[in-house]
Write a protein of this length. Structure first.
Lengths: 226, 232
């Protein structure tokens, strides 16, 4: 019971702090929207080929925009040595990780949910035809992105060039999750349902989320204290 | 049982031994002033005692337990170089947050009580980023005392404090000692520290050069320990 209570305390704290400053979410949202709009001018949105690659484009934008939020996750604890207070507090590393991951998930998925309609308009894509399946893929892909981003944010928190190092470490780790999310999103936008041919990608995405969530829950204490 | 015990603690940064076979203890109710020149290893030792980093060799015990155990952390209060409170939150939100993390029965009530004790109740809803340095330091003190810890670990607690914050901290430390709590503090402000200390430990290049009771002579001449035991 303590785990869930502590998780919520950390998540609420992070969300409250971010909503007061809007440092990460503004940058992330602006980045996502600008890239989507700029790319729409580079392609002809009426062509079938554009629609086929648009799922991939969407996840590249989400991954880059998400990193702007995720980088801040533990970096937020650096001013005033707030991380010390969290490490000293009687909460488990798992609760600290889950609280931070939950707050990051809410922020990243908010950016994505704002970006989706913009994507639909500028790329002439009917993304609502399989909306529940798409939201499921979005949630699974975003959770994978969040988990990896949060743990690497902790890993690089004491590195001077963390803004550079975190993305360098995060993107290679994300390749399986991003590949799955891209493939599933492309299929859904093309009107193919989940299951059948693309089930293997869905399984890969779920497995990625489960494995890296479990690893991160176990490893955070070691990452922070040694 | 000792409140704090370090047994043969070594800490290496690469090949460099920042701490060398440190043996140290503080009994319940004692106030141990950890002194030494810059780079002597005071902060490194305090961080190991506080469970922020691990010893290369040897071990640290707080009331016989590992500092990283959840139950032990509940009994320890920490003031480090930073104030460890969030600029984006108000004073009340900060203390309530830590009250919740320490699982206090009524975090809001405890937070209000400590805001009053540190003279911050009138600005309870103000964001910390709008506070003066002295107010921020007093809030850091309130955060460290909020959960009534049995052991207080203070890293240079008097540095950069204004007069009012020093007075608040000294009063709270005296009350804590009178209640039987244990204080371990590293400091360069010998006069303030030795007034409160019951014991003194001098670190020299990672080794304990002196560890014993504070004497009247030390209070009268704060440089006395350095003069007699520190190898320059």
């Amino acid at each position: 019971m303590d785990f869930f209570r502590q998780t919520l305390v950390i998540a609420r704290k992070d969300l409250r702090a971010e909503l007061r400053t809007k440092e990460a979410i503004n940058a992330s949202l602006a980045f996502a929207l600008v890239i989507l709009v700029l790319f729409s001018f580079a392609f002809d949105p009426l062509e079938e080929q554009t629609r086929e690659m648009s799922g991939g484009l969407l996840w590249i934008v989400f991954a880059f925009a998400g990193t702007l939020v995720l980088n801040r996750s533990f970096a937020r604890e650096v001013p005033n040595d707030c991380l010390d207070a969290l490490v000293a507090a009687p909460i488990s590393g798992a609760a600290l990780f889950m609280g931070k991951a939950l707050a990051n998930f809410v922020l990243v998925i908010s950016v994505e949910l704002v970006s989706l309609p913009v994507f639909g308009i500028f790329y002439n894509v009917h993304w609502t035809s399989q909306i529940w399946s798409l939201l499921l893929v979005l949630a699974l892909g975003t959770w994978g992105l969040t988990v990896i981003g949060t743990i690497f944010s902790a890993l690089t928190v004491n590195i001077r060039l963390r803004e550079l190092m975190a993305p360098l470490l995060v993107y290679p780790m994300l390749i399986p999750a991003l590949m799955s999310a891209m493939k599933l999103t492309m299929d859904l936008i093309a009107g193919k349902p989940l299951g059948g041919e693309n089930e293997v990608w869905l399984r890969l995405l779920v497995a990625f989320d489960v494995i890296f969530t479990a690893l991160s829950l176990v490893l955070l204490e070691t990452v922070l204290v040694g | 049982m000792n409140a704090v015990a370090a047994e043969g603690v070594w800490k290496f940064y690469g090949d460099y031994p920042a701490l060398r076979d440190v043996i140290l203890h503080a009994e319940p109710g004692a106030c141990l002033a950890l002194i030494g020149r810059n780079g002597a290893g005071k902060t490194t030792l305090l961080r190991i005692i506080g469970g922020f980093s691990k010893a290369g060799r040897g071990q640290v015990r707080i009331f016989g337990n590992d500092p990283r155990e959840t139950g032990t952390r509940r009994r320890v209060g920490w003031i480090g170089h930073g104030i460890s409170v969030y600029d984006e939150l108000s004073a009340l939100e900060n203390l309530t947050l830590f009250g919740r993390l320490y699982n206090l029965t009524d975090p809001h009530k405890s937070a209000m009580e400590w805001l009053e004790r540190t003279g911050l109740d009138r600005v309870k809803d103000g964001l910390v980023r709008e506070f003066s340095r002295g107010m921020r330091q007093r809030l850091a003190v309130a955060r460290a005392f909020l959960h009534q810890p049995s052991v207080l670990l203070l890293d240079e607690p008097f540095t950069a404090l204004d007069d009012r914050a020093i007075a608040v901290l000294q009063r709270l430390l005296r009350e804590a000692l009178a209640e039987g709590r244990t204080v371990v503090m590293s400091t360069h402000q010998l006069r303030e520290a030795l007034e409160l200390a019951t014991h003194v430990a001098l670190l020299n290049r990672g080794k304990i050069a002196f560890h014993g009771e504070r004497t009247a002579q030390m209070v009268a001449d704060p440089g006395w320990v350095y003069a007699h035991y520190d190898e320059a």
